[in-house]
Each structure stands twice: as C-alpha cells, then as structure tokens.
Design a protein around this ligand. Structure first.
Ligand code: DGI
Ligand code: FE
Ligand code: FE
Length: 216
C-alpha cells in the first residue's frame, strides 16, 4: 500500500474480510473499526483510515484452530516458542498480520500490520497506533463482558474530566486493561505472555513522567 486509503476502499474491505470471520466475529470487527475511528479522532486524527483498515483485519485468523495456526507459522516463517503453545489464543495476532500482508497487500503497510500484530498482548514500547487497535478491541460497543464494560466506562467517564490530561488518562486506561487481563489470567491459572508484562511496565514507566506522554 503506497497511497491514501479512500472511503470506497474501506467499504469494499468490509466485504472482503467477511469470508474470513464467523458472524459474531464480523459484528465485533465492524465495532472495532468504529471504535478505532473514534479513538483515532482523539489521538491520531491523521491516521483514522489506516486505523480502520487495521481494525477490519485484526482478527482474520481468529477462527483457525491451533493446527492451522501452526501451519501458518510454517508458511510465513513465524517463529514461536514452547511458551507460545501454552498461550494458543495469542497466535492469531502473529498469523493475522502475516495473512493480512499476503491477502491484502493493496491496503496494508507496516504500521497497519503492527496494529494487528500487537492487538492481543500489546508490547513494551508500543506505538499509539498499536495502542488504539488494542484498546478499540477491548472496549468496542458490542462487548458485554464486565471487564470490557468497566474499562469502556473508565475511559469515557474519565475522559470527560481529564481536560488537557487526555494522554495521561489514555495511559491510565491502558494500565487498567492490563491489570484486568493479568488478573483474569492468574485467576484461570494461565500463562501470562511476556509481551503483556512488557506493555504494562511500559505504561507504568510512562505514568512516572510528568505529562505521561514520553515516547508518544
Ligand atoms: O481476539 P479477541 O477475542 O477479539 O481479543 P484478543 O485478541 O485480545 O484475544 C483475547 C484472548 O487472548 C483472551 O482469551 C485472553 C488471551 N490473552 C491475552 N493476553 C494474554 C492472553 N492469553 C495468555 N495466555 N497470555 C496473555 O498474556
Ligand atoms: Fe484478537
Ligand atoms: Fe478482536
């Protein structure tokens, strides 16, 4: 992709991704697109179209079982560890980015692909673009899981009060999301991906800065 993405291309992309997703996942995907645009207008107004493309493609390998995920890893040369096998739900972020690059080269670029790549765990030093896809996935309006509702309310209620401290509030929202995710993983006795820890530490460090916005 080496051009500005048009509204027409996005509308067409909505139909192109449909066959990759189950019905409920498709509704979620459209809601992530909408949420990514909303967050984009607040934090990255020049990149709302690219954010929408990343959102539309973020879960394209979600329906595939572990066997297929491992097959993608072979096809695309994705390296995985034994630790990854204990967190099978994190595979679709890696394989989704690779499949999006292969099947949608006309509308993707490295930034769009990195939004897909890091949407599940986040990572140390993650970009605002990646964070918007990650957060949009968490708080989009069709999510009814109590933690998602809590985080959505935390972000939008706090936003009203935060005034100039929007980036700081965004940072606080990201930390809260990782706290909720890590808490759940612990409660379920599951492994925590090191990138999830790296992401949380990154935002904790950021909060230590006077304006909470270093590196952004
Ligand atoms: O694909 P979605 O359901 O829209 O959302 P997602 O890509 O955030 O995936 C959520 C799943 O990923 C959820 O079941 C928890 C899992 N997950 C997220 N971070 C970690 C994780 N699983 C492990 N084991 N470790 C993590 O750090
Ligand atoms: Fe996902
Ligand atoms: Fe998702």
């Amino acid at each position: 992709m080496s051009h500005v993405i048009t509204e027409e291309e996005i509308i067409l992309l909505r139909e192109r991704v449909r066959p990759y997703l189950k019905k409920k996942r498709y509704a979620h995907t459209l809601a992530v697109e909408k949420e990514a645009e909303r967050l984009g207008r607040m934090f990255l107004p020049d990149k709302t179209e690219k954010l929408r493309v990343s959102a539309l493609l973020h879960d394209i390998t979600k329906r595939d079982e572990l066997e297929k995920q491992l097959q993608y890893c072979g096809t695309f040369g994705i390296i995985y560890s034994n630790a990854d096998l204990l967190s099978p739900k994190t595979f679709h972020a890696k394989t989704g980015a690779a499949l999006a690059a292969r099947d949608f080269p006309d509308v993707t670029d490295p930034e769009i692909l990195s939004g897909i790549r890091w949407h599940t765990t986040g990572r140390d030093g993650m970009t605002v673009f990646e964070a918007i896809i990650y957060l949009a996935d968490y708080i989009e309006e069709t999510r009814t899981f109590p933690d998602c509702v809590e985080l959505r309310d935390f972000f939008y209620d706090g936003k009203e009060r935060s005034g100039d401290g929007m980036l700081r509030h965004f940072t606080e929202t990201m930390i809260r999301s990782f706290d909720l995710t890590v808490g759940n993983l612990i409660a379920e006795g599951k492994q925590i991906d090191p990138d999830t820890i790296g992401a949380r530490n990154y935002y904790i460090r950021k909060l230590g800065d006077p304006d909470g916005s270093r590196d952004q």
